[in-house]
Design a protein around this ligand. Structure first.
Ligand SMILES: Cc1cc2nc3c(=O)[nH]c(=O)nc-3n(C[C@H](O)[C@H](O)[C@H](O)COP(=O)(O)O)c2cc1C
Length: 242
């Protein structure tokens, strides 16, 4: 299976989201997957969609904008799986991720059709990869991912991509607290690697493995207390460095 990893965090490979992505890719690679590229959207020049519809009218399948998205779209179409990763920003995907998603519309064509009783555009390419989501959030509740999952499922319906599932890491800054949560962090990282393996073996990730990646590290009161201590320390250190 050919996997294209697309990361929408401004922190790129240093981010919390990528901790999970890296292990998923390690597991997938061990099971024989080919990682065709790892794209960090923050490093790319990808303009907003202009909404001009030239990719459906004058130059079907091609955007008129000359930026990095043309090459990225080619890679998306070469892949079997788009591994899309994003931090949660205000209960949705990051702006980098949304811009990337909007710029996928050259895979469609202008005319409408009815698919399962719903209006859609017709498909403009023969093969479109499936999509697997990896996301991390700052708050610890799982409901922080709900809107993102739902909107990506809907985007997939529009784009004829099969939504293949997700791995979610809430309260993800605790992944940095290695002294306090060594065991929990290990469970998460091992779970993410196992998820990559399972995905290649079975085409899906079991609920048990997904739960390992999402395990809570402590109760909510403790979570808030420790988080606020982290903020205090950061604010203090920045004051000193002024
Ligand atoms: C602009 C902005 C908005 C955010 N909004 C949310 C949010 O709505 N819910 C949440 O749980 N975390 C939110 N976060 C926290 C990030 O999702 C969290 O820190 C994430 O793990 C960052 O991943 P990264 O290190 O890969 O960029 C927000 C962070 C930023 C910078």
């Amino acid at each position: 299976m050919k996997i294209l990893s697309v990361n929408g965090s401004p922190h790129k490979e240093k981010g919390n989201t990528y901790l999970i992505v890296r292990e998923f890719l390690n597991g997938a690679e061990e099971e024989g997957a080919e990682i065709i590229d790892e794209i960090f959207l923050q490093e790319k020049k990808i303009n907003y969609c202009l909404g001009c519809f030239m990719c459906w009218t004058k130059t079907p399948g091609k955007c008129i904008q000359k930026d990095d998205m043309g090459g990225i779209l080619e890679k998306v179409l070469q892949s079997d799986l788009l591994l899309l990763s994003t931090p949660i920003y205000l209960d949705g995907v990051s702006a980098q991720t949304k811009t990337f998603l909007d710029r996928l519309i050259p895979v469609l064509r202008a005319h409408f059709t009815i698919e399962n009783g719903h209006c859609r555009h017709i498909k403009g390419v023969e093969k479109i990869p499936g999509l697997f989501l990896i996301s991390s959030s700052g708050f610890m509740e799982m409901d922080n991912f709900e809107l993102t999952i739902e909107s990506l499922k809907r985007a997939c319906l529009n784009l004829y991509m099969e939504y293949k599932g997700h791995l979610l890491r809430p309260g993800s800054h605790f992944m940095r607290l290695k002294d306090i949560y060594k065991n929990e962090i290990e469970v998460v990282l091992k779970g993410a690697k196992e998820a990559g393996k399972e995905f290649i073996r079975y085409g899906k990730v079991s609920d048990e493995t997904k739960a390992k990646v999402s395990i809570p590290f402590c109760n909510k009161e403790e979570f808030v207390k420790q988080t606020n201590l982290l903020w205090d320390r950061l604010i203090e250190s920045l004051k000193k460095n002024k």
